[in-house]
Design a protein around this ligand. Sequence first.
Ligand SMILES: [Zn+2]
Length: 556
Amino acid sequence: MRTLKILPVALALGAIPLSAVPQQQTTLTQVVDKIVAQEQVEVQSVRRYSPIVETYIQLLRPTKDQVGVANGDNYFLGRAELAKGLEIEPLISGTRTKHNMFSGLGNLFSTEFLPRGFLQMIYLDTNGFDRQHYKFDYVGREFLGEVRCLVFDVDPLSKNDKGRFVGRIWVEDQDYHIVRFNGGYGSRSKTNYYFNFDSWRTNAGKNEWLPAFIYSEQVDNLAVKTFRAQTRLWDYAPSHAREEQELSKVLVETPRPVEDQSEIANDYSPLEEKRAWGRQAEDNVAAKMQQLGLMAPYGEVDKVLETVVNNLEVTNNLDIQPAVRCRVLMTSTLESFTMGHTIVLSRGLVDVLPDEASLAAILAHELGHVVLGHRMGTQYAFFNRLRFDEKDTFRHFGFTHTPEEEQAATQEGIALMKNSPYKDQPGNTQLFLQALNKRSKEIPNLVSPHLGNRVATSWTIASAVSRAQPPAEKPVGNVVAALPLGGRIKVEPWNDELQMLKYKPVGALAEDEKMPFEVTPFVLYLTRQGENASTEVRGAVSMKSDRDTNTPDIKP
Ligand SMILES: [Zn+2]
């Protein structure tokens, strides 16, 4: 049996002078030894994985009444090979970076090393995290979500020991995994540049906790440019593991309704053939992108989007065959595109949309492409077109439309919105599009799509719907033009599944609590998977977003 039961008592006495309680001293030391040993195991076991790593950085410009607003950004997406240390194979090249944007930030922030610098924060200290190098002070117990944790302050024993972690750790009390560490890689020297971070690991079942989110920032040092950044890791499961999971799903689900086969003759009409061919191309692309960890498995969020599409179709008397489907791209950049009858929105875009009507507006534009028959190339129906190197993914796939098609889809989208249940609430949508349009120059990398077209911001739904009432220039009261990044969807890093966050509406918002398109800290709601899992609702919140919005009204 573990020492779990005696642990709280021993730790509660941790503040008593250690010489007075030799037995407790041993116990506390044992706990620290377990933590140290588990962290060494963690560092080794994480090396088995090759997750996708995404880092989004916003540089901040100080303003007179707040810390700063975004003024420039950067975006990295790649696959880390943790077996090889901090190596990342970029998936997106040619990131638009302002010249010398990071020149003040030292070597760690040269463009080449930038993604690695952020990836490093998945590790606390790979070279000497032990009692020979660190002092551990027990702080107390705290729940992170459903997971009870022991909390310690950790400091290097030697003040001259540069690059050691300084900060606080949260250790789950079943297997002594560090599940969160918050602090920095300390340095007494003022010439070296370091920043603060909050690194989270999430449970992937059994005895395994995987690095999932890192929030980092530097805002207090006036000598350098300040920034906030979010790093996300996902797609840990090796693709063969996910495929086996998929296969077992296929074996239990009936792929098509049985009556289809009894109604339809064995042969296909030319129209059916054409449709089947097109759908094959869509399925191929979606399956390939899911395999690459860039598209979430079909799930809860897709169904929410399809419900909204359905509302648009029903009120416009549309009967589109084959049925329009929705999928979600895993990335944070704001983009949407259509491949045949499959509408794809990025997670980042769904995250910042303030309400269901705004979501409907984005979907209406894409549905416009479908209605107008803007096709993607059916070359993807050939399976040889799906064999390519992962690093070429974003060069290989492209779903952009011509400016003429974009214009036409927007007009069609406006027409669809006019007949929709969303026609009476154009205000928020208009504010969202205006805010996006206005901020685009400051956050060019966030709004630059990698597969489709930019989100069209120039259309005016409000004027199309009700010319009588011009939209307000600024969001008033509790109206939020856009949510902060990560405000709506929880990502499961192990299997890439997405869930809508469930949080309660909040009261009045202060002006600085509206954070459109902003990078904000994460506060995860940690849970245990598998047999240890609780059956309670799972969720995670991006910090402040729990009180940031009273409009979480995108519902399944
Ligand atoms: Zn479009």
